[in-house]
Design a protein around this ligand. Structure first.
Ligand code: DX5
Ligand code: ZN
Length: 208
Protein backbone atom coordinates (compact mmCIF):
# COMPACT_ATOMS: atom_id res chain seq x y z
CA UNK A 1 0.00 0.00 0.00
CA UNK A 2 1.37 3.41 -0.99
CA UNK A 3 1.00 6.56 1.13
CA UNK A 4 0.53 9.96 -0.51
CA UNK A 5 0.52 12.83 2.01
CA UNK A 6 -1.58 15.80 0.88
CA UNK A 7 0.47 18.99 0.90
CA UNK A 8 -2.77 20.97 1.50
CA UNK A 9 -2.27 20.50 5.25
CA UNK A 10 1.42 21.49 5.26
CA UNK A 11 2.75 24.73 6.75
CA UNK A 12 2.82 26.92 3.61
CA UNK A 13 5.19 29.36 5.29
CA UNK A 14 7.82 26.61 5.21
CA UNK A 15 6.83 24.78 2.05
CA UNK A 16 10.29 23.61 0.95
CA UNK A 17 11.20 22.14 4.31
CA UNK A 18 7.74 20.55 4.68
CA UNK A 19 8.19 18.81 1.30
CA UNK A 20 11.71 17.67 2.23
CA UNK A 21 10.56 16.41 5.63
CA UNK A 22 7.68 14.36 4.24
CA UNK A 23 9.92 12.87 1.51
CA UNK A 24 12.45 11.86 4.18
CA UNK A 25 9.59 10.35 6.19
CA UNK A 26 9.28 7.70 3.42
CA UNK A 27 6.15 8.97 1.67
CA UNK A 28 5.62 7.34 -1.73
CA UNK A 29 3.98 10.23 -3.63
CA UNK A 30 3.09 13.83 -2.88
CA UNK A 31 -0.65 14.53 -3.30
CA UNK A 32 -1.37 17.98 -4.77
CA UNK A 33 -4.92 19.32 -4.44
CA UNK A 34 -5.59 21.80 -7.24
CA UNK A 35 -8.81 23.77 -6.61
CA UNK A 36 -10.22 26.51 -8.83
CA UNK A 37 -12.81 28.19 -6.56
CA UNK A 38 -15.58 27.08 -8.98
CA UNK A 39 -15.91 23.30 -8.89
CA UNK A 40 -15.14 23.50 -5.17
CA UNK A 41 -15.45 26.49 -2.82
CA UNK A 42 -11.72 26.82 -2.24
CA UNK A 43 -8.68 27.98 -4.18
CA UNK A 44 -5.22 26.43 -3.89
CA UNK A 45 -2.14 26.06 -6.12
CA UNK A 46 -1.19 27.27 -9.58
CA UNK A 47 1.85 26.26 -11.62
CA UNK A 48 4.61 28.32 -9.89
CA UNK A 49 3.81 26.83 -6.48
CA UNK A 50 3.47 23.27 -7.77
CA UNK A 51 6.78 23.74 -9.62
CA UNK A 52 8.42 24.84 -6.35
CA UNK A 53 6.97 21.77 -4.59
CA UNK A 54 8.21 19.51 -7.40
CA UNK A 55 11.71 21.01 -7.24
CA UNK A 56 11.91 20.31 -3.50
CA UNK A 57 10.48 16.79 -3.83
CA UNK A 58 12.36 13.53 -4.35
CA UNK A 59 9.13 11.55 -4.94
CA UNK A 60 6.55 11.72 -7.76
CA UNK A 61 3.59 14.09 -7.70
CA UNK A 62 0.00 12.83 -7.61
CA UNK A 63 -2.11 15.71 -8.96
CA UNK A 64 -5.78 15.82 -7.94
CA UNK A 65 -7.72 18.36 -10.02
CA UNK A 66 -10.88 19.79 -8.44
CA UNK A 67 -11.63 22.22 -11.26
CA UNK A 68 -14.20 22.94 -13.96
CA UNK A 69 -11.85 23.26 -16.93
CA UNK A 70 -9.98 19.96 -16.76
CA UNK A 71 -8.22 20.25 -20.14
CA UNK A 72 -6.78 23.65 -19.25
CA UNK A 73 -5.27 22.34 -16.01
CA UNK A 74 -4.03 19.09 -17.58
CA UNK A 75 -2.05 21.18 -20.08
CA UNK A 76 -0.77 23.38 -17.25
CA UNK A 77 0.61 20.55 -15.09
CA UNK A 78 1.53 17.88 -17.65
CA UNK A 79 5.04 19.34 -18.30
CA UNK A 80 5.91 18.49 -14.66
CA UNK A 81 5.38 14.79 -15.53
CA UNK A 82 3.38 13.82 -12.43
CA UNK A 83 2.81 10.11 -11.73
CA UNK A 84 -1.00 10.60 -11.95
CA UNK A 85 -3.45 13.32 -12.91
CA UNK A 86 -6.95 12.79 -11.47
CA UNK A 87 -9.97 14.78 -12.60
CA UNK A 88 -13.52 14.68 -11.23
CA UNK A 89 -16.21 12.66 -12.97
CA UNK A 90 -18.75 15.25 -11.75
CA UNK A 91 -16.95 18.20 -13.37
CA UNK A 92 -16.54 16.87 -16.91
CA UNK A 93 -18.85 16.33 -19.90
CA UNK A 94 -16.31 14.63 -22.17
CA UNK A 95 -14.50 12.11 -19.98
CA UNK A 96 -12.73 10.06 -22.66
CA UNK A 97 -11.39 13.22 -24.30
CA UNK A 98 -9.66 14.30 -21.07
CA UNK A 99 -8.36 10.77 -20.42
CA UNK A 100 -6.89 10.72 -23.93
CA UNK A 101 -5.25 14.10 -23.41
CA UNK A 102 -3.57 12.95 -20.15
CA UNK A 103 -2.35 9.78 -21.89
CA UNK A 104 -0.91 11.76 -24.80
CA UNK A 105 1.40 13.47 -22.31
CA UNK A 106 2.58 10.02 -21.15
CA UNK A 107 0.90 10.42 -17.75
CA UNK A 108 -1.41 7.91 -16.02
CA UNK A 109 -5.01 9.16 -16.02
CA UNK A 110 -7.25 8.77 -12.97
CA UNK A 111 -10.89 9.54 -12.32
CA UNK A 112 -11.96 11.02 -8.97
CA UNK A 113 -15.47 10.47 -7.68
CA UNK A 114 -17.40 12.17 -4.92
CA UNK A 115 -18.82 10.16 -2.00
CA UNK A 116 -22.36 10.42 -3.45
CA UNK A 117 -21.41 9.17 -6.94
CA UNK A 118 -21.97 5.45 -7.44
CA UNK A 119 -19.52 3.06 -9.11
CA UNK A 120 -22.39 1.91 -11.33
CA UNK A 121 -22.64 5.42 -12.82
CA UNK A 122 -18.91 5.64 -13.62
CA UNK A 123 -18.27 2.12 -14.87
CA UNK A 124 -17.98 3.15 -18.53
CA UNK A 125 -15.15 5.51 -17.58
CA UNK A 126 -13.15 3.46 -15.06
CA UNK A 127 -12.22 0.87 -17.67
CA UNK A 128 -10.13 3.55 -19.40
CA UNK A 129 -8.11 4.89 -16.46
CA UNK A 130 -5.17 3.58 -14.43
CA UNK A 131 -6.55 4.66 -11.06
CA UNK A 132 -9.85 5.55 -9.38
CA UNK A 133 -9.68 8.17 -6.63
CA UNK A 134 -12.51 7.50 -4.20
CA UNK A 135 -13.30 10.60 -2.20
CA UNK A 136 -14.21 9.87 1.41
CA UNK A 137 -15.12 13.52 2.07
CA UNK A 138 -16.71 16.10 -0.20
CA UNK A 139 -13.81 17.77 -2.01
CA UNK A 140 -12.65 21.27 -1.08
CA UNK A 141 -11.01 21.15 2.32
CA UNK A 142 -8.63 19.16 4.48
CA UNK A 143 -9.52 18.01 7.97
CA UNK A 144 -13.06 16.78 7.30
CA UNK A 145 -14.73 13.70 8.77
CA UNK A 146 -14.31 10.38 6.94
CA UNK A 147 -17.40 9.08 5.11
CA UNK A 148 -17.34 5.24 4.96
CA UNK A 149 -16.89 4.23 1.31
CA UNK A 150 -15.34 0.79 1.97
CA UNK A 151 -17.87 -1.03 -0.27
CA UNK A 152 -16.89 1.13 -3.27
CA UNK A 153 -13.32 -0.24 -3.24
CA UNK A 154 -14.59 -3.76 -3.90
CA UNK A 155 -17.07 -2.48 -6.50
CA UNK A 156 -14.25 -0.82 -8.48
CA UNK A 157 -12.14 -4.00 -8.36
CA UNK A 158 -15.11 -5.99 -9.65
CA UNK A 159 -15.63 -3.72 -12.68
CA UNK A 160 -11.92 -3.12 -13.39
CA UNK A 161 -9.64 -5.58 -11.51
CA UNK A 162 -6.34 -4.03 -12.65
CA UNK A 163 -7.27 -0.42 -11.89
CA UNK A 164 -5.63 1.02 -8.75
CA UNK A 165 -7.84 2.45 -6.01
CA UNK A 166 -6.84 5.53 -4.02
CA UNK A 167 -8.88 6.81 -1.05
CA UNK A 168 -8.75 10.51 -0.10
CA UNK A 169 -10.33 12.38 2.80
CA UNK A 170 -10.32 11.89 6.56
CA UNK A 171 -7.86 8.99 6.36
CA UNK A 172 -6.17 8.16 9.68
CA UNK A 173 -4.70 5.26 11.65
CA UNK A 174 -8.18 4.14 12.73
CA UNK A 175 -9.73 3.65 9.27
CA UNK A 176 -6.52 2.63 7.43
CA UNK A 177 -6.67 -1.05 8.51
CA UNK A 178 -10.25 -1.39 7.25
CA UNK A 179 -9.38 0.37 3.98
CA UNK A 180 -6.46 -2.01 3.50
CA UNK A 181 -8.69 -4.99 4.18
CA UNK A 182 -11.14 -3.69 1.55
CA UNK A 183 -8.29 -3.67 -1.01
CA UNK A 184 -7.14 -0.04 -1.26
CA UNK A 185 -3.82 0.53 -3.10
CA UNK A 186 -3.03 4.15 -2.21
CA UNK A 187 -3.99 6.22 0.84
CA UNK A 188 -3.98 10.01 0.78
CA UNK A 189 -3.62 11.68 4.17
CA UNK A 190 -3.38 15.41 4.79
CA UNK A 191 -4.13 16.53 8.32
CA UNK A 192 -3.29 13.14 9.85
CA UNK A 193 0.32 13.34 8.61
CA UNK A 194 0.98 17.08 8.82
CA UNK A 195 -0.60 17.57 12.26
CA UNK A 196 1.42 14.64 13.64
CA UNK A 197 4.54 15.47 15.64
CA UNK A 198 6.51 12.80 13.72
CA UNK A 199 5.75 12.45 9.98
CA UNK A 200 7.64 9.15 9.65
CA UNK A 201 5.67 7.58 12.49
CA UNK A 202 2.40 8.90 11.03
CA UNK A 203 3.15 7.40 7.59
CA UNK A 204 4.27 4.11 9.15
CA UNK A 205 1.08 3.88 11.20
CA UNK A 206 -1.01 4.12 8.00
CA UNK A 207 0.75 1.22 6.28
CA UNK A 208 -0.47 -1.21 8.97
C1 DX5 B 1 -9.96 17.35 -0.12
C2 DX5 B 1 -8.64 16.93 -0.70
C3 DX5 B 1 -7.85 16.02 0.17
C4 DX5 B 1 -7.45 16.63 1.50
C5 DX5 B 1 -7.29 15.51 2.46
O1 DX5 B 1 -10.65 18.03 -1.11
O2 DX5 B 1 -8.85 16.23 -1.92
O3 DX5 B 1 -6.71 15.53 -0.52
O4 DX5 B 1 -6.26 17.36 1.44
O5 DX5 B 1 -7.08 16.02 3.73
P1 DX5 B 1 -7.44 15.20 5.04
O6 DX5 B 1 -6.58 13.97 5.01
O7 DX5 B 1 -7.10 16.13 6.14
O8 DX5 B 1 -8.90 14.87 4.97
ZN1 ZN C 1 -7.08 15.26 -2.81
Amino acid sequence: MLIAPSILSADFGNLTSEVQKVCQAKADMLHIDVMDGHFVPNLTFGLPIVEAIDNASTIPLDIHLMVEDNSFFVEMFAPLKPRFISFHFESEKHHHRVIQKIKEFGISPAIAINPATSIESVKEVIKYVDMVLLMSVNPGFGGQKFIPIYHKIKEVKKVAPTVLVEVDGGVNDLNAPKLKEAGVDILVAGSYVFKHSNYEQAIKSLRV
